[in-house]
Design a protein around this ligand. Structure first.
Ligand code: SF4
Length: 245
């Protein structure tokens, strides 16, 4: 298990809960707009912070699971839940046992995932090891290559969407509004896949500390507010709730 960071408190990462966030290192995607390059590229140092400001980063090679266990035991009664984020958590072979340990401590678990490992998501849901799933849909599943991943299997992304929608746990899908990955036709293709879903979040992009800053040297990468509000006006007809964040 490669735990690259721990954010001790968050009011925004787990809807309705005060949570901590475990950041697992390593990712199988290469999103140019990734805001966690230190996690997507796991050779960076780890961090331990009270909040998500980089000033609180502490250099360590890796945060041990024991340290996380101790922290979670001490915070019982103060935290309402644990978010497992990344990087991409589902590529870690010990993710199931990590979730089992956290659930044994009676914490609800939220999983943040890029949806590339449907069988892992299915196992976690079927075993009752996650209570909320937030899945990124980067673009039309057939258009992940080459910008997100060179040989991404669209069927995996679509399977993850179906598994999540067919589950009985709360979930959300989210899309970061960056061109050429996102335009109105892409949004319509995504909506066709998530029709009737509980929550769809359209995310504004913040151009700081990204994985591939060179991608943004070309003009007109960022969808403006008018474009995003237009996406929302279309999306709200297809899903139960659509928000912009
Ligand atoms: S899937 Fe997430 S962690 Fe991985 S590169 Fe993309 S934004 Fe970063």
């Amino acid at each position: 298990m490669f735990i690259g960071g721990l954010q001790k408190n968050s009011l925004i990462d787990y809807p309705g809960k005060v949570s901590c966030v475990l950041f697992l290192s390593g990712c199988n995607f290469d999103c140019p707009y990734c805001h966690n390059p230190e996690l997507a590229n796991s050779s960076f140092p780890c961090f331990l912070s009270e909040n998500n400001t980089s000033e609180n980063k502490i250099n360590e090679n890796k945060i041990s699971e024991n340290k996380i266990n101790d922290f979670l035991e001490r915070r019982k009664g103060f935290l309402d839940g644990v978010v497992i984020s990344g990087g991409e958590p589902t590529i870690q072979k010990d993710l199931v046992s990590l979730c089992e340990k956290i659930k044994r401590m009676d914490y609800p678990v939220k999983l943040d995932t890029n949806g590339s490992r449907p069988q892992v998501i299915k196992k976690l849901i079927n075993r009752g090891l996650v209570d909320y799933v937030a899945m990124d849909i980067k673009t039309d599943p057939y258009s992940y290559s080459p910008l997100i991943q060179k040989d991404c299997n669209a069927d995996d992304i679509i399977s993850s969407i179906r598994i999540i929608m067919e589950s009985t746990i709360p979930y959300e899908f989210k899309t970061t509004c960056i061109k050429p990955l996102v335009d109105i036709n892409v949004i319509k293709n995504i909506l066709n896949l998530i029709k009737g879903s509980m929550l769809y979040a359209l995310q504004r992009f913040n151009n700081t500390g990204v994985l591939h800053p060179e991608f943004f040297r070309k003009n007109n990468r960022i969808c403006n507010d008018d474009e995003i509000m237009y996406f929302k006006s279309v999306a709200r007809q297809w899903v139960k709730k659509c928000i912009v964040r």
